[in-house]
Design a protein around this ligand. Structure first.
Ligand SMILES: Nc1nc2c(ncn2[C@@H]2O[C@H](COP(=O)(O)OP(=O)(O)OP(=O)(O)O)[C@@H](O)[C@H]2O)c(=O)[nH]1
Ligand SMILES: [Mg+2]
Length: 300
């Protein structure tokens, strides 16, 4: 048993523009896909607690939807979710990419951050695809803002610098015991993770407005006792009938692709064989109506 006398713990809120790599960073640390990712902006729709633990600390990360200019009910919901991440944290981590210039909106946001008491760390992500000169320039620009206590360049994708970021995180956290039972990786129920895995595949395989028209909802997760099998049913919602056709695809090719990829992830997570039943349904303009956004795009 590890010595718990100097054990540290706390809530860390991870904020930043959409697509900078917040969810990728958290998944890399935890070693499991707790928060879905994609190359498209606005992938994360809910605040998700993701829990990292080693023999020094238990860190509860709050992964948030990226900050961006809101359009429509879904957009407004995302920004509201992200802003909620400002309060109640032991530590704020702000992630940026090199070459993203500091905009007037960023400065507005920094003024709000200045009013927050907790220590603040800046992560400059994606160093693997940026030149040392661009990285240095970004670090310098943020240092001039005089807002952050630590600055760490990393690549969430390759893991470069992530150990250093973790050391600094542990340094800045208060002493204290575990906040969640040992071994917990997220506060979300399995049914939520299941629906998110399916949404990730749809998000990655579709284009233009379609990914933003899709919501997923788990109908059932049943573990069979007689064999090593989990039966899972997930509904995929779109806003128009024509979109239903795209999700199903010619001869059902698209829905098959989604199913094969989702099943692979689910198998890894649950450690059993998976029977996956996907149904595509039309819920007219769910992403424009606030109530529906709460139900389908909002918290599970
Ligand atoms: N090259 C490179 N790509 C990265 C790195 N980190 C993340 N990415 C990629 O950037 C894209 C966005 O990553 P996400 O983790 O989904 O970004 P996010 O900040 O969570 O985005 P939202 O949830 O939409 O706010 C994905 O295609 C990732 O693979 C990195 O360090 N290097
Ligand atoms: Mg994300």
């Amino acid at each position: 048993m590890a010595d718990m006398s100097n054990f540290k713990s706390g809530f860390v809120n991870l904020l930043g523009r959409t697509n900078v790599g917040k969810s990728t960073f958290i998944n890399g640390l935890i070693g499991e896909k707790v928060s879905i990712t994609s190359e498209k902006p606005q992938t994360t729709r809910n605040r998700i607690r993701c829990i990292y633990e080693d023999d020094r600390a238990q860190i509860v990360f709050l992964d948030t939807p990226g900050l961006h200019r809101p359009t429509g009910a879904l957009g407004k919901h995302l920004v509201k979710e992200a802003r909620k991440g400002l309060k109640g944290a032991d530590l704020l981590v702000y992630m940026v990419e090199p070459r993203d210039e500091i905009s007037p909106e960023d400065r507005d946001f920094f003024r709000k951050l200045k009013g927050v008491d907790s220590p603040k760390m800046l992560l400059v992500n994606k160093v693997d695809i940026n030149s040392p000169a661009d990285i240095a320039e970004t670090l310098k620009a943020y240092e001039e803002e005089d807002l952050f206590d630590e600055y760490v360049p990393i690549s969430a994708l390759t893991g470069d610098g992530v150990d250093i970021a973790l050391d600094r995180l542990v340094d800045l956290l208060p002493e204290g015991g575990r906040l969640f039972p040992e071994g917990t990786k997220t506060d979300k129920p399995i049914s939520f993770l299941v629906s998110e895995y399916v949404r990730e595949k749809v998000f990655r395989l579709t284009y233009e407005e379609l990914p933003y028209s899709v919501a997923t909802q788990t109908r059932y997760v049943k573990e069979r006792e007689d064999e090593d099998l989990t039966e899972i049913g997930v509904d995929i919602y779109v806003v128009r009938k024509s979109q239903k056709g795209i999700i199903i695809g010619k001869n059902g090719n698209m829905i098959k692709k989604i199913g094969v990829r989702a099943r692979k992830d689910l198998q890894r997570m649950l450690g059993t064989k998976i029977y996956l039943d996907l149904k595509v349904k039309v819920s007219k303009n769910w992403n424009r109506r606030e109530q529906q956004v709460k139900r389908l795009g909002g918290s599970p």
